[in-house]
Design a protein around this ligand. Structure first.
Ligand code: C2O
Ligand code: CU
Ligand code: CU
Length: 450
């Protein structure tokens, strides 16, 4: 059954992060991880963490080619980190477990944004505690803009026809105080959704064409997003940017950490609801395993309410961007087996570099899951391409730039990754399962680019 909630809370839009510009052109943002309280039910305070308030964080926006710095001042009582998920940047700026920020300290990574327009995000990455820090509320969006995307007639007025949709699951007491969901094999699965920090969200729109930037910021739960009326959902972008053309899907599958941009054409006065209807088949799971992984759960996510008179929007262009061909000049092939909360039979050790990559080369990573349980695979620093899934060409929704893929049981991905710059033998990047409890258990490894 569909999660029984009234979609009756206006969707809050995370504020755009303020920034200043240094004389040398560097754009400077600041984030302050901090504890606070959030009312998920009127008058009932829950303890939460946020990046500039009590929950979630502001949306950072930067253009391709822009130099950025983020001053991260840790106002929590515990150490944390901030990782720029999906961002191509030097390992020292990555915000993984090697860049811990002590309480009271400020960490100021800086880098030049050099990648395609995309919906990226940021979240803590302290080893062993990532699940808890994210679940408490530490997550935010980082949007990259570029000329290719900017030249297309796509909705991009933030909070108006271009809506961030940060989806998390959570559990609540009867009075509406947030509580810790029970522990299962996948991690902790909440039985309710929180979207941009509220339960039961709706958004009023006044444009014909609306773009939703979906982020699965849940720690363990995967979703299969679609429309309540069964009409296809139009996917235009995946983790690392636009697809060559929009793809009409019945459902968009997002495992933790993945993003998708979808567009929808509204009729005047129309109401439609984005739902997640996960099934064992969609998750590639046996029915008994599906239940314990939330793969039989259905939720209402967000209702869109169109005004009676809508601003006209241009037709969606038939072609969006050109994708370069997938690299075929491969320096090294590596295999990654996801099994038993380990990768290749090893648990993460911060003093061991598992893989050493040569800068300026492309590699083939064969990622497989021989277990009966679902996992995912995320790689820091790069956006990769999927060359094949179980030996077949990828479906169109996996044809673009990705940094995280859902890896169901007995699935094998062939990923092609290019490592063009940022050689640093001393500081590794991470790869890991993005089911955060699995990651915390050590289902993570380290690679250095040299
Ligand atoms: Cu979104 Cu290594 O993480
Ligand atoms: Cu990441
Ligand atoms: Cu996993």
């Amino acid at each position: 059954t569909i999660g029984e909630v009234d979609l009756d809370t206006p969707l809050p839009v995370p504020p755009l992060a303020e920034s200043t510009v240094e004389p040398d052109g560097t754009r400077v943002f600041s984030l302050e991880p901090q504890a606070g309280t959030t009312e998920f039910a009127p008058g009932v305070a829950s303890e939460t963490w946020g990046f500039d308030g009590a929950y979630l964080g502001p949306t950072l926006v930067a253009g391709r080619g822009e130099r950025v710095r983020v001053d991260v001042g840790n106002r929590l009582e515990v150490p944390t980190t901030v990782h720029w998920h999906g961002m191509h940047l030097p390992a020292e700026m990555d915000g993984g477990p090697h860049q811990m920020i002590a309480p009271g300290d400020t960490w100021s990574p800086e880098w030049t944004v050099d990648q395609r327009a995309a919906t990226l995000w940021y979240h803590p990455h302290p080893h062993g505690e990532t699940e808890e820090h994210v679940a408490r509320g530490l997550a935010g969006l980082f949007l990259v803009r570029d000329d290719a995307e900017g030249a297309l007639p796509l909705p991009r007025e933030y909070g108006v026809d271009d809506l961030p949709v940060i989806v998390q699951d959570a559990a609540f007491t009867d009075e509406g105080r947030r509580e810790t969901p029970p522990q299962g094999f996948a991690g902790r699965l909440g039985d309710e959704l929180v979207v941009n920090g509220v339960r039961g969200a709706y958004a009023e729109v006044a444009d014909e064409l609306v773009r939703l930037r979906l982020l699965n910021a849940s720690t363990a739960r995967s979703y299969a997003f679609g429309w309540d009326d069964g009409s296809p959902i139009d996917l235009i972008a995946t983790d690392g940017g636009l697809l060559p053309a929009s793809v009409a899907l019945e459902r968009v599958l997002l495992s933790p950490g993945e993003r998708a941009e979808v567009v929808v054409r509204m009729a005047p006065g129309e109401r439609r609801t984005l739902q997640s209807v996960m099934t064992p088949a969609a998750a590639g799971l046996q029915p008994v395993v599906a239940g314990m992984n939330g793969a039989t759960d259905e939720f209402d996510v967000l209702e869109l309410r169109a005004a009676d008179v809508l601003d006209p929007s241009p037709e969606l262009p038939e072609r969006l961007v050109e994708l370069p061909p997938i690299d075929t000049d491969i320096a090294v092939t590596r295999t990654f087996d996801l099994n038993g909360f380990q990768i290749n039979g090893e648990q993460m050790r911060s003093d061991r570099i598992d893989e050493t990559v040569t800068v300026g080369t492309a590699e083939r990573w064969i990622v497989s899951n021989p277990s009966g349980m679902p996992h995912s695979f995320h790689v820091h620093d790069v956006q990769f391409r999927v060359a094949s899934v179980d030996g077949a060409p990828p479906p169109p929704e996996l044809a673009g730039w990705k940094d995280t893929v859902y890896v169901g049981p007995e699935t094998e991905y062939e990923l092609i990754l290019r490592f063009d710059d940022f050689a640093d033998p001393d500081t590794p990047y991470m790869y890991h399962c993005h089911l955060l409890w699995h990651e915390d258990q050590g289902m993570m490894g380290q690679f250095a680019v040299v």
